[in-house]
Structures are given as C-alpha cells and as structure tokens.
Design a protein around this ligand. Structure first.
Ligand code: BES
Ligand code: MG
Ligand code: ZN
Length: 496
C-alpha cells in the first residue's frame, strides 16, 4: 500500500476515486467539495438541498463525474458536526471510505486532507490519522483461504491532496508505521492456536530482531527451571508445546538500563486447563496472547521510529491445556520472586505466567513496567469490549497512559486498586491464591499481579483483543489494541 501526499486541487487529480467531505448541518458544499460541485453543475448542492446528503458521520454518497473530471467516482463523505470532529473520527471515516471503495474495485484513491485546521487539528495530525485509517481499515486476514479471488479488490494507492511539506510526509510515514504494527499484532492474534504456538511466537520475535537490529533472548524450559519460573512452568506442564520466555529489547539511548519494561500475556490457547472452559466460544481463546502480540508489535514500531529510550518486551508464552500432566486445582506452585501460589482454578492462568514475567522484569531493573493481558472475563463484564481496564500503583504513570490511549482512540478507564481487595486472594495454605470470590474479578486479578512488581511503577491493562464487527478503523477479529496507545505513550516520554 502506497500512501502519499500531493500538492494541488483534488478536482485535477486522476485516480479511480476522489473523496471530498461535508459537515452535518452545512447548507452548501465547502472547500474542495464546492469546487467539485461547480464542475459537476451543482449536483452536490442539489443533493444537500434535497437532504440526500446530510453530512452525518460516516455517511457516504457516491457520484459519477460522467467525464466532467479526470476521475470517474466521487465520494462525498459525511464528517458529522463540525464542532465535534476530532482525529479519532478522521481515522474512522477514512477507514470507512476506503472499505467502501475497495468493495467497488477501486485501486487508486485520492482524498482531501480531512479535518485540517478544524478544532485545532493540524494538517500533520490529520494526515497521520488518515494514514492510520487507511492501513487499519483495509486490514484483512485471508492467509488460510485457498481461493484468492474474494470479491474484494485492493486499494493500492492512497493520496492525501493538499500542500506537501516534509512534515506532512513524515506524519504519513509515522501513521503507516504505527498502523502496520497494530496490523502485525492483529495477524498474530488472528492466527489459530495450531499455527501461533509459543515456538512460533519466539521465531516471529527472532524475525523482528533480525529485521530491526534488536537484541533477543529466548529462554527454554531448562532456563526457566534455573530461574524458578514456577508459574510459567506450571501452566505449561499440561501441554506438549514447549513454553518460551521471549525478551526483545530496543535500545534508543546510551545507557545500560531499561527505561520501560513491556510485559504481555502470551497464552497461545487457553482451554482453561483442568478447570476447563465451556466449548461455546472457546475458540476465541486462540487470541489469549493478544497482550504478547501487542508488546512485540510495539517494539517493532518503536524500532522504526527510533525514540531515545530503552524499551524491553518480556513475553511468557505457553498453552493452557488439560492432560495427565496438567496443573490441578489445589496445587501449590512457587513464582520466580519466591512467593507461593495456591492454584484454585487453572483457568486463572494468565496471572500465573505474568507473576514470573513481572518478577523477571523487576529483576532486570526496568524503571517502569506496563503489562497488557486478556486477563479476565470480569473486566469485560465491567467495561464492555470497547474499553480497556487500567490498574496501577503509580497515578502519574496511569495518567500518561490514559492520555496516550485517548489520543489513539483506544478507550481506557481507570479501575480501583484499594487494598481491601487483597483479603480475597489470601490463601489458607500458601502466600496467595489465584482466584478471589465472585465479585470484582478484574480487581482481584490486578491485586494478584501487584504482588510481583515490588515498588516499581507499574500499570496493568486488562483488555479484549477482538471485536465482532467492522466499524471505523476496526475490522472484525483482532483489534491490535493497545499497540497504538503504547507507541504514543513511549513517544511522549521522549518528547517532553
Ligand atoms: N483468558 C481468560 C480471560 C478472558 C475470557 C479474556 C474471555 C477474554 C475473553 C482468562 O485466562 C480466564 O480464563 N479468566 C477467568 C478467571 C477466573 C477463573 C478467576 C475468567 O475471567 O473467567
Ligand atoms: Mg483462563
Ligand atoms: Zn487466559
């Protein structure tokens, strides 16, 4: 996909389709739309008068130029109310327009820069959002379909038409890098469990290391035993797939320390283990490594954007399966930091592998840690699938991540961490147990993780890695959340 900027008037562009925009409530076409309107003998004005074009957000009206313009197809794209436009909407409408045009066999699209100068949106942030919308919105996962003809065309070229400057070109490139990283995470999450095994995930991380010149280490079982990673080993012992602990490091400045550790839950399939899940929607649990995928993808984006910061991803990867060798309810295991855990439900496995990964990140000297995990169904019950729950021992860190999430359009919400919840994970026979009672399950899970981070500033993201339908820049399946949040957050640490 080629995304570029061109100077000029959209009416003069030769493409397969051009996109102009219209705000809800505007009485007549404005800007480039007015120009096109004139050349098309007032058709847009007329449609507005007839109320066939209302300008509602994501409204798409297709016109044909019938030889009056170099381009045949014209889309009038509704942007909603002018005072409500923001970059997240720019990203979303761009994606909707692209999917619409792809379904109509369009290959080259040219668009006005949507939102430039409105509500303080700079041309740069507008084109970055558009670039992200194009890449995210056109995402497909078809690698296991043997028939290549699919009724879907392919948009090969997208041109933002305005005034080209270096900063505009850079913003387009940045948006593309970030969105492609999110798509990389989506690919990993969409991969079925029989392909995306822990071994496969380690080899994908090795490929990233090679491509971007990053440092990588992959620990096998023996090394885990040596380190005392009883959580990761315990969860993996029911599976034939060997577990992996992946450490992928980006070094952006001359200091040996790790400024930020990224810990991602890498359960490549979660059956629940002996506490087996009902079969209905168990297949979704191929995506229980979305946290891991997000962390590897974030490092890949950062490696291309090159901020002056040292970031390391720590990924514990294993399957969670029942078998004669699997962990059993009632078993007691010891995590790497020496704490003992009574495992009362083998389906609360994410926190067991994260216990070791967080302990390891702390031991590596990470100055701050962010973890992302598809950790609890309870968080989805609390917040729905749209919003990620965030938990912290450091309010300043959380505030920064929430700011980054808002910028990315990846909704995130702070959840409580009151110490009163700790009593629910007290065990009668070990230091701690891996489940609480029926209530506040996302919070007791976070309180469990907190036991493994010492005093390190830490933020935990409990999220859903997938969505049920195409909407804006999301497409059905994996979302790529929270890659763009994390990339924004990391870049903001450096651009202070
Ligand atoms: N991976 C699941 C959580 C999950 C479920 C994420 C559905 C996304 C969609 C996790 O390992 C799990 O099974 N959690 C249990 C914990 C419980 C046993 C305390 C849950 O939420 O039911
Ligand atoms: Mg589970
Ligand atoms: Zn799980």
């Amino acid at each position: 996909m080629d995304i570029k900027a061109a100077t000029g008037e959209i009416a003069d562009i030769k493409a397969d389709a051009i996109v102009v925009s219209h705000f809800e409530g505007a009485k007549k076409p404005e800007g480039a739309a007015a120009d096109i309107d004139k050349k098309l003998d007032g058709v847009i004005s007329n449609l507005i008068k007839q109320k066939d074009v209302k300008g509602k957000l994501n409204e798409i009206t297709l016109l044909h130029s019938l030889g009056k313009l170099p381009t045949g197809k014209i889309v009038v794209l509704g942007l909603g109310k002018k005072q409500e436009l923001n970059v997240n909407k720019v990203r979303g409408v761009t994606a909707e327009a692209c999917r619409y045009l792809r379904a109509r066999s369009v290959s080259r699209v040219a668009s006005v820069i949507i939102g430039d100068g409105i509500n303080k949106i700079s041309a740069e942030s507008a084109v970055q959002a558009m670039s992200e919308g194009v890449v995210l919105g056109l995402y497909t996962f078809r690698r296991y379909m043997t028939k290549k003809e699919n009724g879907l065309g392919e948009i090969k070229e997208f041109t933002a038409v305005g005034r080209v400057k270096k900063s505009i070109e850079q913003a387009i490139a940045k948006g593309k890098i970030i969105a492609e990283a999110a798509n990389y995470a989506r690919d990993m999450v969409n991969e079925p469990g029989n392909y995306m095994t822990p071994t496969q995930m380690a080899s994908a991380a090795r490929q990233l290391a090679k491509k971007y010149g990053l440092k990588i280490q992959v620990f096998d079982k023996d090394k885990m035993k040596e380190l005392g990673m009883g959580g990761l080993l315990g969860v993996s012992q029911g599976s034939r797939q060997p577990p992996k602990f992946i450490i992928l490091s980006y070094k952006g400045r001359q200091s040996s320390g790790i400024d930020l550790g990224l810990v991602g839950k890498g359960i490549t399939f979660d059956s629940g283990g002996i506490s087996i899940k009902p079969s209905e929607s168990m297949a979704d649990m191929k995506g229980d490594m979305a946290g891991a995928a997000a962390m590897l993808a974030t490092i890949s984006a950062i490696a291309q954007l090159k901020p002056a910061i040292n970031v390391t991803a720590f990924v514990p990867a294993t399957e969670n399966l029942p078998s004669g060798t699997a962990l059993k309810p009632g078993d007691i295991i010891k995590a790497m930091n020496g704490k003992t855990i009574e495992v009362l439900n083998t389906d609360a496995e994410g926190r067991l592998i994260l216990a070791d990964a967080l302990s390891y990140a702390v031991k590596s000297g990470a100055k701050a840690i962010v973890d992302a995990a598809t950790l609890t169904g309870a968080c989805q019950i609390a917040l729905g699938k749209i919003t990620s729950g965030t938990f912290t021992n450091n309010q300043a860190l959380l505030d920064k991540v929430i700011t980054a999430a808002n910028e990315a359009g990846e909704p995130a919400w702070q959840m409580p961490m009151f110490d009163e919840y700790k009593e629910f994970i007290k065990s009668d026979v070990a230091d701690i147990k891996n489940i609480g009672n029926r209530y506040g399950g996302a919070i007791t899970a976070a309180k469990f993780l907190e036991e493994f981070v010492d005093k390190t500033p830490w933020l935990h993201i409990d999220f859903t890695g997938d969505t049920d339908k195409d909407k804006g820049y999301l497409v059905k399946g994996a979302t790529g959340v929270p890659v763009r949040t994390l990339v924004n957050f990391i870049l903001a640490q450096v651009n202070k």
